[in-house]
Design a protein. Sequence first.
Length: 338
Amino acid sequence: MKISVLGAGSWGSAIAVLLSKKGYDVSIWDRNQQLLNEINHSRENIRYLPGVLIPAGISTTESLLECINESEIIVMAVPSHGIREVCTKLKGMVKNKQIFVSLAKGIENSSLKRMSEVIEEYFPENRIGVLSGPSHAEEVSRDIPTTVVSSSTDKKTAEYIQDIFITPKFRVYTNPDIIGVEVGGAVKNIIALAAGISDGLGYGDNTKAALMTRGIAEIARLGVALGAQPLTFAGLSGIGDLIVTCTSMHSRNRRAGILIGQGKTVEEAIKEVKMVVEGINTTKSTYELSNKVGVEMPITKELYNVLFENKNPKYAVSELMLRDKKHEIEEVAQMIWK
Ligand SMILES: NC(=O)c1ccc[n+]([C@@H]2O[C@H](COP(=O)([O-])OP(=O)(O)OC[C@H]3O[C@@H](n4cnc5c(N)ncnc54)[C@H](O)[C@@H]3O)[C@@H](O)[C@H]2O)c1
Ligand SMILES: O=P(O)(O)OC[C@H](O)CO
């Protein structure tokens, strides 16, 4: 069975390796021909996933049509800001029976849509699922035990994706709450940037634990307002992904945050991290979305001020500490029994 992976970044490459090791016929597309040449030549993705063998069975192509031709599954592994561009290019090439699996974690700036919603705009007849959860490419590609969740509005699709991706080292659960799964995966990047900034400022574990705990509260508030199930945020794509992204040195969002906390500009931080720092765009969309649906997201708001209004991160933290007094449990209860 053939599977196409669109995007030869770190996650696209890691997932292609996993699928190839499982015996599928994997074809990778990327817009960057030079990157594909390098992968073909060295059987390694030196830029995005160094040190990992890309099996000989994986083919690469710069032609989208060739990549998706005859494939049963189209894995969308480009960053969230590139999903619409790729969907536009795919228009007219895709057959209705082909299933999309989105790996991208973000909320689009222009439309404030989740990634599966963007894909559905172009391919309303196709089955669409998402794979999300605590899963750094650097670890998955080295067979380090990892757990994720497959989600789709259609149970059979979620279970099909579970069967395709599951391995003894990559355990896939299902969750029908696609809104919650996508909101958790996208918005945790904002909190990871904030946690990184806190580390970069030299604050401690207490501060980071506070950001993570209050972070999941505001992620869940937004998610529930958009129609998600509260308990999804206690799962792999919620608190699970938040933990890994806020604590791992593999996290691009956390690393960018550390650099900003240490005094680098946003542009300098992006340049130094080299790979996609999705939390930056997502901060903008989430800030706008929270205003649109009337949900209070204090950490997101302060991060927006730091990233886009040049606010000193230390003042942003003070502002968070000096907010009106609140009752913690009341808020959680309201969220769950709304
Ligand atoms: N890296 C991880 O560990 C990881 C894990 C889970 C999910 N994800 C998600 O997977 C998605 C891809 O992340 P990544 O880490 O592989 O990114 P990356 O920065 O490693 O690679 C990005 C790749 O996408 C291509 N690309 C960039 N912009 C594009 C555009 N506009 N159109 C088409 N192609 C474009 C680039 O050529 C590059 O090959 C992101 O949404 C990310 O949040 C990443
Ligand atoms: O490296 P990050 O910060 O983009 O996070 C990657 C994945 O989303 C972790 O699950």
